[in-house]
Ligand binder design. Sequence first.
Ligand code: HEM
Ligand code: SF4
Length: 563
Amino acid sequence: MYQYNYADQTLVEERVAQFRDQTERFLAGELAEEQYLPLRLQNGLYIQRYAPMLRIAIPYGLLASYQLRKLAEITRKYDKGYGHFTTRTNIQLNWPKLEEVPDILAELASVQMHSIQTSGNCIRNTTTDPYAGIHQNEIADPRPYCEIIRQWSTFHPEFAFLPRKFKIAVIGTENDRAATRVHDIGLHLKKNEDGELGFEVLVGGGLGRIPVLGKVINKFLPRQHLLSYLDAILRVYNLHGRRDKGSKYRSRIKILVDTLGGPAFAKLVDAEWEAHTKDGPLTLTDANFEHAASFFSEPDYKEFDALQAQSDLQQQLSADKDFANWYNQNTVAHKIAGYRAVVISLKAGLVDGKYVPSGDVTDSQMDALADLADEYSFGELRGTYQQNLVFADVETNKLYELWQQLSDLHLARPNINTLTDMIVCPGWDYCSLANATTHNIAEQIEKQFSDLDYLYDLGDIRLNMSGCINACAHHHTGDIGILGVDKKGENWYQISLGGNSSNDAKLGKILGRSVPTEAVADTIQQIVDVYVDLRATTDNDVESFGELVERVGIDPFKEKVYG
Ligand code: HEM
Ligand code: SF4
């Protein structure tokens, strides 16, 4: 994992001191609200319904155990004892006190963390595949490239005031687990015929009020040009993206790319690149790549007798159905024999009858997870697009004891990729932009779909729910998307079907008129019933929810729901 050098540490500490001074001046009435606003946004601080909300960056989702312990301590000392992991692998605190935020930032700096560029119209945290570096069929590890992008984009003076926020995601396998097609820039590592590394570059994806999928503007960009080309894209966006009054929903790069069309946008980028940045000081060298890669070297894997490990595991799996369920749903193949990745479900659902919001983790769970990471996964964790956490490197012969400990912490619910592995934004419970609540709806769905065997029979179904059109929970790309809408002061919910954020990315189609709060779970049940009735099955294959919607469209679902 990347370690700050002296310059990084100094920069981050100076930033804390600066923000402390700005906050003190604001609280003393020496800075006006509108003067303080851009300063706090540059430090990830929003003002929400009840309190400020602080978004803390977790670069490309990678977190060391000592950092998680510090986060636990911060939530205990300055907040209400929990944090919320987001789809962009950051963590948010919902209850910090404004006057204490500089202290929180100082604590974060002590473990090489910060909240710089987690809000505002700048380049945000770059995200990636949670299984980076451990997949058998990986083209290359994306993390060094994420780190190179992080260093280039942090404090980049030209890109601190873009027309709008800017998000980049990078993947290194054919399988997109980072929703790259709905990012402002998506980068896919590729090898050309000569075995050289480069990137397929997609631009202009994004959801929100106007959802658009990214377009390929370069099929193979040799990797040494990564930064000079990104710089050219950002320069074109800075110059041509809309900033005029009234362009609030038209200022993201997706609108520019869509308006011009992919080829015309690519031409502008190429012209900018050739004229100003190509082969200039941003050109990366082998030494740059080696330096970046040195922070992501393989951990000290043990060698196992693979057959013995497999046979021991088989015994445990046959002896304990609950363990087998968890193993099947929540663990992932690893390139090293004798290891697997473990997904820690942050979708506990109902615990002692009380709904736990997706992505929420308490301070004591964080402390325990930090200890487990040290014991079972080389002291590291990773955040996922699905608002879960991952231990990337667990010995298969330790899976059983790890599962038992995670179960005691309510962190081993075997529901990954099922209907209850929902992405859910905070909605009106915290967010001042919300049109509707989300947690009460998620609770209804949890109650309706509590039977695990039934969920397994349904297979993978992604359900994403946002409390307003800003689409923080990417409802457009869920197999089932739920969007909260306000109708004369009442909460209603619009449902869409057939979205997908992965390789075959698609935007869901709206089913019809929205449904009232009390009808949402029943409506989802009707939708699922149609799926069960119509899915095609063969001896060894069952048509997935997404495949069925692709085949039959939304009419059969419409008929069932609206009669
Ligand atoms: C409660 C505080 C939050 C506020 C005020 C907020 C605000 C916003 C706004 C205004 C946008 C739309 C920007 C645009 O289209 O130009 C947005 C987008 C987004 N937010 Fe949030 N958000 C919050 C929490 C979250 C959380 C908890 C998550 C993750 C679970 C999240 C993930 C995202 C993502 C992924 C997008 C991009 C959607 C897209 O592709 O256009 N946000 N947010
Ligand atoms: S989707 Fe809307 S309600 Fe949900 S967090 Fe984003 S801005 Fe708030």
